[in-house]
Design a protein around this ligand. Structure first.
Ligand code: SAM
Ligand code: SF4
Length: 335
């Protein structure tokens, strides 16, 4: 991360957490239809006038940076389906931050010049199955070969490439060792993500494959050693000795990391969420368009952050009834 230069109380919550990592969603549209992310029914996409413009994104990003944000990740929806994504990436590259991107990888090759111009070196690419039929069933599209080739290309071009796999019981859990094997010869960082509940994604506790279960599966197949995690890391990293890359587990559900959370999310329509699971969100775009000062709104939103899971549950994940949860679908938040 870029070293802290300016920090202010604005980004600190009541629990002493300083939020120096902002995720900005560029759009809620997508060229895939992943079942765990986009509801099959009742998905209403934002009209263009409700999306933050490039200038508004740049302006808001600048405000957060001025108060101490040191890392910005662009996400969505699929950020790269937005027509001006390349220009936005270049603009944000001018801020003194570590810039990163989360993408499904389908359109990635077109943006290499923009990523380079912006100094963006770290790309997270989502890939949930290496089996064409399973991949198609999850994404409801068939782009597996192109995504695989872009993963190899990006690693070959020297980018830091993380591969995000959402592990779901009975769906793709059998492929965990195959994903670890992707890091044998390529310097990829494979990240197994515990399946999380969002509106319309069919989540039940029984479909979660936990951190411990994932480690057990990998341990049956490979020797492994624990790597040192950073203070705000959500991924618990490991290495198979002799492999070029690493693997990690994001244990949101079974072993949460709320205590060290440093993340904020800005949705594509300019709403600030202080937690992925917050029920509330604060409109920054409306006031910004009306010429109002938005810093007090940012400060109040951060101060209101709950200790864990947006205040929606405190029990272990096995006891969660997802029908009682309140949130946008993941595709409309920005993961
Ligand atoms: N379209 C881009 C992509 O797929 O990488 C960026 C947006 S996507 C919402 C960001 C990340 O959220 C992806 O890695 C995706 O796998 C993850 N994600 C979406 N729904 C999820 C869920 N229910 N549980 C865990 N991770 C999820
Ligand atoms: Fe689109 Fe990414 Fe959601 Fe899949 S996970 S539907 S690629 S936004």
């Amino acid at each position: 991360m870029v070293p802290a230069s300016r920090t202010s109380a604005l980004l600190e919550d009541r629990h002493g957490r300083f939020h120096d990592y902002l995720r900005i969603s560029l759009t809620d549209a997508c060229n895939l239809r992943c079942r765990y992310c986009m509801p099959e029914e009742d998905m209403h996409f934002l009209s263009r006038d409700r999306l933050m413009t490039m200038e508004e994104i740049d302006l808001l990003a600048g405000m957060f940076v001025a108060h101490g944000v040191r890392k910005i990740r662009l996400t969505g929806g699929e950020p790269l389906v937005r027509k001006d994504a390349g220009e936005i990436i270049r603009r944000l590259g001018r801020h003194p931050v570590e810039l990163a991107l989360t993408t499904n990888g389908v359109l990635l090759d077109r943006f290499l010049p923009d990523l380079r111009a912006a100094g963006l070196r770290s790309v997270n690419i989502s890939l949930d199955s290496l089996d064409p039929a399973v991949n198609q069933d999850i994404t409801r599209r068939s782009h597996l070969p192109v995504v695989l080739s872009h993963i190899r290309q990006m690693a070959g071009e020297g980018f830091r490439v993380k591969v995000n796999m959402v592990v779901m019981k009975g769906v793709n859990e059998f492929e965990i060792p195959d994903f670890v094997a992707l890091a044998r010869d390529l310097p990829l960082h494979i990240r197994f993500i515990e399946f999380m509940p969002f509106e319309g994604n069919g989540w039940t506790a029984g479909r979660v494959v936990t951190y411990r279960q994932i480690l057990e599966v990998i341990g049956d197949r490979y020797p492994m050693e624990k790597l040192q995690d950073g203070p705000n890391d959500t991924a618990r990293a490991y290495r198979v000795p002799g492999f070029a890359g690493t693997f990690a587990v994001i244990s949101t559900m079974s072993e949460p990391f709320c205590q060290t959370c440093n993340r904020l999310r800005l949705t594509a329509d300019g709403k600030l969420k202080n937690c992925l699971f917050s029920t509330g969100e604060t409109d920054l775009l409306g006031p910004l368009r009306s010429g109002l000062t938005v810093e007090p709104l940012i400060a109040a939103t951060i101060k209101a952050k709950h200790a864990r899971f947006g205040g929606q549950w405190d029990q272990s994940f096995e006891a969660i009834d997802a029908t009682g949860l309140e949130n946008r679908p993941m595709i409309a938040i920005g993961g």
